[in-house]
Design a protein around this ligand. Structure first.
Ligand SMILES: [Zn+2]
Length: 309
């Protein structure tokens, strides 16, 4: 076996090579750090809970002070879907909307109106006082942290009375932020439900959405193990309201037929919902009037007699 001894020339060459290699390593590391930090900047998470305190400041600036509060609930969703269906769906939509139009998204929120499902296992129904107080303190805290435009994205039908009322109470006293409620959308293409009658809760439409957002949590084979038919047991004129109406019609807290769900229908609806939220975020970012008029209103409301007609 041949042995090789370094000559002084070899050693000098070897030293120069080592130096050049070290230089190259430093250059590559510097480039990686630079690319990494640029990446971290462009990939700022929209989720409040995933941001560092420093990144949170950048996120609020990038969102122009616009934040989403996706509002879900914990309630039975037929015999075939999880209790958190509304929360899971609304968060899926909010996160996809934020990819198109950047906003900061508040963490999981499910403290809404759901008294009508208290007879079903797994329902969490906070008192009226707590619902209002917690929602107010949540949006106040969001605003204190720079969210001067708070959009509640509603994912739960039972909030239909709570949210307009809550929004209206914002005129009770001065706020340094504007509260918006987003609710409602059209699917990108209309799909006719297969069964006649209402399809309002855990039925074909909502189950289709879950087939897109969380297919692994849907048990389609169980969807027919209970009835979602309209039992229509109270007969009153349409313009008379009573709280037990829902239980009177859908005692299983199930309305429609989840077994008829399809991915195609879910795709059209989730896409339409996402588009509606993106459109809402863009409109809210562009809205400079509401805050101005709110301030003008609070000024007048504090001294109504001083305002000349
Ligand atoms: Zn639901």
């Amino acid at each position: 076996m041949a042995t090789y001894n370094m000559s002084p020339v070899d050693e000098r060459l070897n030293g120069r090579f080592e130096m050049r290699r070290a230089g190259l390593i430093i250059l590559v590391v510097t480039m990686l750090i630079f690319v990494g930090s640029a990446n971290a900047q462009t990939k700022l998470s929209p989720k409040w809970e995933e941001l560092t305190a420093g990144d949170f400041r950048d996120a609020i600036a990038r969102a122009q002070g616009t934040c989403l509060l996706p509002f879900g609930i914990l309630e039975k969703h037929g015999p075939h879907m999880p209790l958190g269906t509304d929360l899971l769906n609304v968060r899926y939509v909010a996160e996809h909307a934020a990819q198109q139009e950047y906003v900061v998204i508040f963490p999981e929120y499910y403290f809404g109106q759901i008294f009508e499902a208290r007879h079903e296992p797994g329902t969490v129904a906070y008192s009226t006082e707590l619902q209002l107080k917690l929602l107010q303190e949540t949006t106040d805290e969001m605003a204190r942290n720079g969210c001067k435009k708070v959009i509640i994205v509603n994912g739960h039908g039972g909030n239909e009375n709570l949210l307009p009322f809550f929004a209206q109470t914002q005129l009770q006293k001065r706020h340094d932020y504007v509260l918006y409620v987003q609710w409602g959308h059209d699917p990108t293409k209309k799909v006719v439900t297969q069964k006649p009658g209402p399809d309002w809760h855990a039925g074909q439409s909502e189950t289709s959405n879950m087939l897109i957002t969380h297919p692994d949590l849907v048990h389609l084979d169980r969807a027919n193990s209970e009835s979602g038919a309209d039992e229509n047991r109270v007969h009153l004129p349409e313009n008379v309201y009573t709280a037990i109406w829902w239980y009177a019609r859908f005692p299983n807290h199930y309305s429609g037929d989840g077994s008829a769900a399809t991915k195609g229908q879910g795709e059209a609806d989730v896409q339409g919902w996402t588009n509606a939220v993106v459109h809402c975020i863009q409109a809210v970012k562009a809205d400079n009037e509401s805050m101005k008029l709110q301030n003008e209103f609070y000024d007048k409301a504090e001294k109504p007699l001083e305002i000349k007609p």
